[in-house]
Design a protein around this ligand. Structure first.
Ligand SMILES: C[S@@+](CC[C@H](N)C(=O)[O-])C[C@H]1O[C@@H](n2cnc3c(N)ncnc32)[C@H](O)[C@@H]1O
Length: 292
């Protein structure tokens, strides 16, 4: 019997390859997965999990003509200049965010059957520019429909997206009962949180409301590359049995829908960083269900 033909994927800003995890979970056969990424730790994690990945270096060096026909182009271009977490935002002019134009260049060069771009919440003007360049309106999806994490991101795609049902997961479903002492805040760190508000106060797991969102149900704050911190720059601190601690690497993986210990090939700080930079796999999986 003739073997079924798989698809060719070009993933720009591939990070730790969350797109590939989503395809894998859906059982979509991939013939070639070309990954453009420059972070050696993210590359190490990708290659450890998906050794057949073809790493092709910086996006600025990628040329459409050297590649076979691409069925699916995906990417989440660096977002630091868009991010509403950053005080001064330069939008598309920023040195990082302008890499979006490389996505656009390659989309035009290779004309893929399907494509998907993800990015953070941004100023209205930047969003309008991206809509115009891509020819579709980006839609905002909150990871909290799929996992126990609040994470609003924009998705631009030509893949039809089916209706999203809320899975109603809470942080209590994700947090491990027993974790190593090293995850707990030290006494001098606890002081930083004396006057903080909590999300869902009185629940078995409380979450410090760093973003002042006053959300009523208990979900983790957006996982950022700073999730490893217990100091003033922390972004995710929870209170369990009246003690404050950061989330573990495993818990962050779970909140992003990443397989357990997927990132356990690099040091802890690098794991948190790439998980925070990564995609919520369950959202990508939901979108990829629309691939024909
Ligand atoms: C927001 S993250 C994307 C994460 C990815 N979607 C994932 O699943 O893990 C952006 C990524 O772009 C990468 N990057 C930055 N400059 C790049 C370049 N010139 N070429 C390729 N990748 C680059 C960063 O190292 C980072 O991993």
């Amino acid at each position: 019997m003739k073997e079924q033909k798989g698809i060719n994927v070009l993933s720009l800003f591939d990070g730790m390859s969350c797109g590939q995890i989503a395809l894998d979970k859906l059982g979509i056969k991939v013939d070639n997965y070309f990954a453009s990424e420059i972070d050696k730790y993210a590359i190490k994690v990708t290659q450890a999990n998906y050794p057949n990945t073809k790493q092709i270096g910086s996006v600025t060096e990628v040329k459409g003509e050297g590649l076979p026909e691409i069925d699916l182009l995906i990417g989440g271009s660096p977002c630091q200049d868009f991010s509403t977490l950053k005080f001064k935002r330069e939008g598309l002019r920023g040195s990082k965010s302008k890499l979006f134009y490389e996505f656009l260049r390659l989309k035009n060069e290779i004309n893929p059957k399907y494509w998907l771009l993800e990015n953070v919440q941004m100023k209205k003007e930047s969003k309008k520019q991206l809509d115009k360049h891509l020819g579709v309106t980006g839609i905002l999806i909150d990871s909290n429909k799929f996992t126990a994490q609040n994470r609003k991101r924009y998705y631009w795609t030509n893949i039809p997206i089916a209706k999203i049902d809320d899975k109603n997961l809470l942080i209590d479903n994700v947090v491990d009962k027993k974790v190593d002492e090293k995850y707990y805040c030290k006494e001098h760190q606890v002081k930083h949180y004396e006057n903080c508000k909590y999300v869902a106060e009185g629940n078995s797991i409380e979450v410090i409301d760093f973003y002042n969102k006053s959300i009523k149900y208990n979900k983790a704050n957006c996982i950022t590359p700073h999730a490893f911190r217990c100091d003033r720059s922390a972004t995710n601190i929870i209170k369990v049995n009246n003690r404050l601690r950061k989330l573990t690497e495993k818990e962050c993986e779970r909140l992003q829908g990443v397989p357990r210990d997927y990132t356990n090939f690099v040091a802890s700080g690098q794991r948190y960083k790439m998980i925070g930079n990564g995609w919520t796999v369950d959202i990508i999986k939901h979108i990829f269900k629309g691939l024909n």
